[in-house]
Design a protein around this ligand. Structure first.
Ligand SMILES: N[C@@H](CCC(=O)N[C@@H](CS)C(=O)NCC(=O)O)C(=O)O
Length: 229
């Protein structure tokens, strides 16, 4: 039975940017599973497999619907224990720290400078919805947030932290990627899909790691369509 990953897209159906959708796709690739992606826009909620939940990714596994990227990862590990998404309990514990850091520090540093770029990549119907929701969250317009010069240093401070383990290791998982690589990989693939340039310096170890992530699985990330050149 085909696995179907419902994946957020922009005006162009092959521009995929959502960080948790990226994490889910990289987890499916890690498992070596065949899957198809179903592109859906913000404004197409009525077509989501669960419109009331209203968020992506969702995974349809032979008629069972799994919502939430972490739940999808847990489901894949339970159903396909070969090629586990973590090599040890320690990696699993570290992932909880990385999740908290991504949600509490990294994403909040990058989101205000990225939302205006995301909006540009959307279809007209989705633009109004996205702008309203994100401006309410930011407490300012997308343009005001994007122009905030304090964001670069804030992003750099967060990037320095996650670059630390990569000084001595190829991946957050050590010598091979684990779910934490897909968590952070998803965040940088999100920016790569929509942002023409970064208003911050990327630590070299992090840049080398991201190049490795882009090359994984026959260059799945590197081949992904971007809304910008
Ligand atoms: N905790 C969820 C978060 C999913 C989520 O926030 N998805 C966003 C896209 S990145 C979404 O679908 N948003 C729909 C909306 O804002 O209406 C997960 O990890 O899957």
């Amino acid at each position: 039975m085909t696995l179907k990953l419902y994946d957020l897209c922009g005006a162009e159906a092959d521009v995929r940017f959502s960080p948790p959708c990226w994490m889910a796709k990289l987890a499916l690739l890690h498992k070596g599973l065949d899957f198809e992606t179903v592109p859906l826009r913000f404004a197409e909620k009525a077509n989501y497999p669960d419109p009331d939940y209203g968020m992506l990714p969702m995974l349809d596994d032979g008629g069972t619907l799994i919502k939430d990227s972490q739940a999808i990862a847990a489901h894949l590990d339970e159903k396909h224990p070969e090629r586990p998404l973590f090599g040890s309990e320690g990696e699993r514990a570290a992932h909880q720290f990385y999740r908290a850091f991504a949600g509490g520090h990294l994403f909040p540093a990058l989101a205000p400078m990225t939302f205006a770029d995301v909006e540009k990549a959307l279809d007209d119907d989705s633009k109004a919805y996205f702008r309203e929701k994100r401006e309410a969250r930011l407490g300012r317009t997308l343009e005001e947030a994007a122009a905030d010069e304090g964001l670069g240093p804030k992003a750099e401070a967060a990037l320095q932290v996650i670059a630390a383990p990569l000084e001595a290791h190829d991946f957050f998982g050590g010598s091979a990627p684990n779910l934490s690589d897909y968590l952070f990989g998803g965040i940088f693939l999100w920016r790569r899909a929509v942002a023409a340039k970064d208003p911050y310096e990327t630590p070299p170890a992090l840049a080398r790691w991201f190049a490795r992530v882009l090359d994984l699985y026959d260059g799945y990330g590197r081949k992904a369509k971007r809304a910008v050149a």
